[in-house]
Each structure stands twice: as structure tokens, then as C-alpha cells.
Design a protein around this ligand. Structure first.
Ligand code: FAD
Ligand code: NAP
Length: 342
């Protein structure tokens, strides 16, 4: 039996929605060997696996009947230094926000708009984290990990990761099939603050003078002022993705709903503001029992001591109303894990 394996482990403090699920078996892993041993142990027993990082993008819908492997691999290595930039090899259990701060302190730039996103480095490629006009895909060189079925260590290029809008191959074909152990990121020594996102250019009228640290601090403060802190109000960030629709469909919807909020994408399609759709259906600030929609952020669902069933009832009410009014299917962003008791 692997060292540190714990049966019947409560997971409430390991997920930012504070859902009260338990793991039949829980294993924190601090080394790649411990990870490989844990995977083999679970595979031999046919236990379903759940890989957990910071727990900020999961909905634990009931007790987990198998093994939860909690990734705690640490380490940041500079594997290449070309003068103009660096290639960093970052272990999956490193805290994402701490990494961003570390890179800024070192003078390695690019990640500033992605500051203050909760969670671990290993989960960042899973949904290709994005914020304030920047996505992680810009910086990923490759991702290393273990193929669960064979136990083989593998490296995947950024292209092979099929990174898209809040999406990657790890959410689709490789879902539950690959454990990320390291993420390799290429950063620049030349500051190039990205001010394209609404409000940023206005906050820094002298764009040429702004430093990456100033931009990061500004974004961190904005986020702290707008988003509920999971430690106080349990949540998983945006609960729904912004739907993307073809131009023709957008034109028809706009004719019907002149206030429609959307942004054109480079391929001619339109990204709709999920928050606007939810608000139009009267859900902003609404609660069903102990779960509900945040009063200032219509796509952030919050939990005040409720269950996954209560939370998912809110999500399902929202999705039904948005479908009925706009004929749009909202996709849930966090990964929902259903145990047998759900
Ligand atoms: P977890 O919740 O632990 O896991 C998420 C998924 O990844 C699960 O399916 C899990 O099995 C899988 N996974 C985790 N680690 C690994 C691994 N090493 N190998 C294989 N699979 C793994 N997201 C954004 O994109 N942009 C934002 O601006 C943003 N803001 C947020 C704000 C708040 C307040 C909160 C609560 C969430 C926010 N999120 C945002 C969502 C979330 O923080 C990110 O998706 C983050 O990358 C999740 O990291 P995690 O370690 O918590 O992942
Ligand atoms: P916000 O800035 O008002 O953004 C709300 C939504 O509007 C976001 O989904 C964003 O799309 C979209 N948006 C705003 N301006 C846009 C533009 N000029 N072009 C295209 N899309 C635009 O409010 P916020 O909730 O504080 O979010 C700030 C940033 O942090 C956003 O990038 C958001 O995605 C990110 N964030 C993500 C999560 C998460 O869990 N995924 C949680 C909190 C914040 P995008 O999502 O495509 O950026």
C-alpha cells in the first residue's frame, strides 16, 4: 500500500466550492515515483481515478468511489536561458499565482494578465486558463505527464494539447487518461504588457511606461474587488463558458434582443456574454436554498453549506431558462465528478 494513502477522506477543504464529498482512497503525491506507484495501485484494483490540484474548477457531486490523487509535486527549473527569454519547467503542484509572482520578480514576462487565478500549475493547461485578454496557450512549449493506462511517461507539444477557449485535449480525448506532472513555459525578458482588454488601456494612459508588475498588481486588485473569495464565499469562478455562435445566428438573436452583449471573434463567429444571458433570465443574485448566483457576478455560483445536488439544481434552472429564452445551451465550465451517491 502506498505511504500516505488514507481511506474515507473528507474532501470539503480540498475544493473551493466546499462540497462535502469523501474519497474512498486519498493519496497526496510529492514525487513522480509516488505518483506512478499510486496510479499502479489504483489500476490493479480497478479503482476510478480523480486527479486533484487546487480543487478550484471541480464540482464533486457525491462521494468518490475510487482513488483521489492530490498532486503536490514541487519545483521550478530554468532549463534554457537564451538571453531574450527563458524556458521554465514547472512541477504540476506549484501554486499558479505564486509562479506568476515568481516570474515577475525574476524579470520573466508574459504571465502578468493571468495573475491571481486560483489553482495549481498542472491544471492550468486543462482548460487553457485565460483572463484579461490572455490565454496560457501563448506560453506553453510542452506538457509532461503519465499516460494512466500504460504508466508511460510522455511529453506533448503545445499543438498536441489542442488548446482552445477554456478547452484542451485533456478535457476531451484524454479526459481522465493523462496526469500532467510538469508544464514547460517559454517567457520573455522583454516586457510587452497586453492592454487590449476593456478598461486596461484607460487605466494606463501612458502604455509605453507601464511595467508588467504594475499591470499585474492592477489586475490582482481588480479581481479582488470583483470576485468572491472562495475562502469566504465558496465558488468555482465562472460556472458557465461564454457560448460561441455563428455570425448568422448572432444577427438573428441581435434583432430579437437589441441589448445582446457579444464580441466578434477572428473567425467571424461571436462570443456571447454568458453573464448577460443569465441576468436576462432573472438569475443574478437569486438563490435556491443554500446555493445561488452571486449578486454581482451572474456566472459565479456560490455555495453556503449546501450540497452538489443543490448547486446543480441552480445550474440546471439557469440552463433551462437560458435555453427557453435564447435557444442557447450554456456549457458548464468546471469538471463535474459524479460518485455513486449522487
Ligand atoms: P482542479 O480544480 O483541482 O482540477 C480541475 C480539472 O483539472 C479536474 O478535472 C482535474 O482532474 C484536472 N487536473 C488537475 N490537475 C491535474 C493534473 N496534474 N493532471 C491531470 N489533470 C489534472 N479559470 C480561468 O481560466 N480564468 C480565470 O480567470 C479564473 N478565475 C477563477 C477565479 C476564481 C475565484 C475561481 C474559484 C476559479 C477561477 N478559475 C479561472 C478556474 C480555476 O481556477 C482554473 O481552472 C484553475 O486552473 C484550476 O486549477 P486547480 O488546480 O484548482 O484544478
Ligand atoms: P469582465 O471583465 O466584465 O468579463 C466578463 C466576461 O466578458 C468575460 O467572460 C470576458 O470574456 C467577457 N469580455 C469582457 N470584455 C471583453 C472583450 N473586450 N472582448 C471579449 N470578451 C470580453 O468580468 P470578470 O468576471 O471580472 O472577468 C475578468 C477576466 O477574468 C475575464 O477574462 C474572465 O474570463 C476572467 N475570469 C475567469 C473566471 C473563470 O473561472 N473562468 C473567473 C473569473 C474571471 P473572457 O472570459 O473570454 O475573457
Amino acid at each position: 500500500m502506498p505511504d500516505l494513502l488514507t481511506p474515507n477522506k473528507p474532501l470539503q477543504t480540498f475544493n473551493t466550492l466546499a462540497l462535502p464529498a469523501k474519497a474512498a482512497y486519498y493519496l497526496p503525491v510529492h514525487s513522480e515515483d509516488a505518483l506512478a506507484e499510486g496510479l499502479e495501485w489504483a489500476q490493479k484494483r480497478g479503482l476510478p481515478l480523480l486527479i486533484l490540484g487546487g480543487g478550484s474548477n471541480v464540482v464533486l457531486n457525491g462521494d468518490w468511489p475510487g482513488m483521489v490523487i492530490h498532486i503536490q509535486l514541487q519545483g521550478i527549473r530554468r532549463v534554457e536561458d537564451a538571453g531574450s527569454g527563458v524556458l521554465l519547467q514547472v512541477a504540476a503542484g506549484e501554486n499558479w499565482n505564486a509562479l506568476v509572482n515568481h516570474t515577475l520578480d525574476k524579470g520573466w514576462f508574459g504571465l502578468e494578465n493571468l495573475i491571481a487565478i486560483p489553482g495549481c500549475v498542472g491544471a492550468a493547461p486543462i482548460q487553457n486558463i485565460g483572463a484579461y485578454g490572455v490565454e496560457l496557450s501563448r506560453f506553453i512549449e510542452s506538457v509532461e505527464g503519465i499516460d494512466i493506462a500504460s504508466g508511460t511517461r510522455m511529453m506533448m507539444t503545445a499543438e498536441e494539447c489542442e488548446l482552445g477557449y477554456r478547452d484542451s485535449i485533456f478535457k476531451r480525448a484524454l479526459r481522465n487518461r493523462f496526469v500532467i506532472t510538469r508544464v514547460n513555459l517559454r517567457l520573455s525578458r522583454k516586457p510587452a504588457p497586453e492592454l487590449g482588454y476593456k478598461g486596461l488601456a484607460a487605466a494606463f494612459p501612458d502604455a509605453a511606461a507601464v511595467t508588467p508588475r504594475e499591470l499585474a498588481d492592477h489586475i490582482a486588485a481588480l479581481r479582488a474587488s470583483k470576485l468572491p473569495d472562495p475562502a469566504v464565499t465558496p465558488n468555482a469562478g465562472s460556472f458557465f463558458k461564454n457560448p460561441v455562435i455563428p455570425a448568422q445566428r448572432y444577427a438573428a438573436l441581435l434583432a430579437q434582443f437589441p441589448g445582446l452583449v457579444a464580441w466578434p471573434l477572428v473567425d467571424g463567429s461571436y462570443k456571447l456574454a454568458a453573464a448577460w444571458l443569465v441576468e436576462q433570465c432573472g438569475w443574478k443574485g437569486r438563490r435556491l436554498g443554500r446555493c445561488g448566483v452571486h449578486e454581482h457576478q451572474a456566472i459565479v455560483l456560490t455555495n453556503s453549506g449546501g450540497s452538489a445536488a443543490e448547486l446543480l439544481a441552480v445550474a440546471s434552472g439557469i440552463r433551462g431558462d437560458v435555453r427557453q429564452l435564447f435557444d442557447i445551451d450554456l456549457e458548464i465550465e468546471p469538471t463535474v465528478y459524479a460518485g455513486p451517491t449522487s
